[in-house]
Design a protein around this ligand. Structure first.
Ligand SMILES: NC(=O)c1ccc[n+]([C@@H]2O[C@H](COP(=O)([O-])OP(=O)(O)OC[C@H]3O[C@@H](n4cnc5c(N)ncnc54)[C@H](O)[C@@H]3O)[C@@H](O)[C@H]2O)c1
Length: 368
């Protein structure tokens, strides 16, 4: 049966991966609604642009009229909300955009979906799903042991996390108050293709290839659970197909690493795949580094940096049969290979306003 999906933020990192995965299902039709902020990139969707099963709508999830028209035109059975301001450092420098898109935008989208949903037939209403993609950062930091479950109390510590938490509460309220079939997912750190190079893994990969410093915040011992983006997308589709309305699902890989371990893993993959000895970026130096690890440089920590995030994914494993297909050790090699093979994509992204400068030290705190 043909299913129409509306993916907001589909030109971003996770969105682009999700759109590719959805279009891999022959019966899926995908509509992307994206504002194309600095983080949105139509290059990431160029290979599917000609597909008759794909439509792109340029606009803001907070633009009620446009959202209403888009819902009316395509009548999606599933809305997956990934549109967001997503970078913690940027939320420290300028939180307002995070409130505007993540809280107010999500509210407008939800409310427009409620209006559409009320006009559907009973069978369509039953089938309709609003899947809201959130983060484990809403839970704060659990200390050195223990994991976030779906029952963990919300304790957001950054403006980004607070804005995602606000949106999550509206999504919950729309189920309890109006019966709109909403589901929220809270996922750990993603890595993989098409990630904007302000985020750790592409930033480190591209800096290393250019012989630049590899910035590691604080002592590098902050811990995150790392999930391959394609495994996250698999989980989102499972949730859309079989998740229970009104529920939340934590998504993670049980694959915790410190930041320093992640950066060292990227360096190890680069040492194998693009050794510094044959990298022209070092041609003018006395000697090329033996390993890209020599470029690691510890920098001022992020204000309010949560020490550790850890997800307990038992519920989605048990109820929906979710299992990530990759472990980090193997996934990171493939990810580094992807960035090496897609330098043109990286270069086009770098032509925008972002130059891999340090963000997140607060107003006036920018560093080169
Ligand atoms: N990246 C991660 O590790 C991670 C982990 C857990 C959850 N998440 C969540 O997943 C979602 C996607 O994350 P990502 O890393 O792909 O983000 P991203 O920054 O790469 O992409 C966000 C996309 O949303 C679009 N967008 C921004 N504001 C918009 C608006 N007002 N209207 C329409 N589109 C708008 C951007 O143009 C961009 O294409 C976010 O909600 C994020 O909070 C991300």
């Amino acid at each position: 049966m043909k299913t129409t999906y509306l993916v907001t933020g589909g030109a971003g990192f996770i969105g682009a991966n999700l759109v590719h995965r959805l279009l891999g299902q022959p019966e899926a039709q995908v509509v992307v609604l994206d504002l194309l902020t600095y983080a949105g990139n139509l290059d990431s969707l160029a290979d599917i642009a000609a597909s008759e099963r794909y439509h792109f709508v340029h606009g803001d999830i907070g633009d009620r009229e446009l959202v209403g028209r888009t819902l009316e035109r395509f009548r999606p059975a599933v809305v997956l909300n990934l549109a967001a301001e997503s970078h913690v450092d940027r939320s420290i420098d300028g939180p307002r955009a995070f409130v505007r898109t993540n809280v107010v935008g999500t509210f407008e989208l939800l409310d427009a979906c409620r209006e559409l949903w009320l006009r559907l037939t009973p069978a369509q209403r039953e089938q309709f799903r609003f899947v809201h993609v959130s983060t484990d950062e809403v839970f704060g930091s659990p200390g050195d042991s223990g994991c976030f479950t779906e029952e963990t109390r919300y304790a957001p510590n950054s403006p980004y996390a607070a804005s995602k938490a606000g949106a999550d509460h509206f999504v919950r309220a729309y189920f309890h108050t109006y019966g709109l079939p909403t589901i929220t997912t809270n996922c750990s750190n993603n890595y993989g293709p098409y990630q904007f190079p302000e985020k750790l893994i592409p930033l480190v990969t591209l800096n290393a290839l250019e012989g630049k410093r590899l910035p590691v915040y604080g002592d590098g011992r902050n811990v995150r659970d790392w999930l391959h983006v394609d495994d996250h997308c698999q989980a989102l589709i499972l949730v859309a197909e079989r998740g229970r309305p009104g529920e939340t699902y934590n998504i993670g890989a049980r694959d915790e690493r410190t930041t320093l371990q992640v950066v060292e893993a990227v360096c190890g993959a680069l040492d194998e795949q693009a050794p510094a000895a044959s990298n022209p970026a070092f041609a003018r130096q006395d000697r090329a580094p033996v390993s890209y690890r020599e470029l690691i440089s510890f920098v001022t920590d992020r204000p309010g940096h949560d020490r550790r995030y850890a997800i307990d994914p038992s519920k989605i494993e048990r109820e929906l049969g979710f299992q990530p297909a990759r472990r980090f050790a193997e996934g990171i090699r493939g990810t580094v290979a992807w960035y090496l093979q897609h330098r043109a994509w990286c270069d086009r992204i770098a032509q925008g306003v972002y130059r891999r400068e340090r963000l997140g030290l607060g107003p006036g705190g920018a560093q080169p």
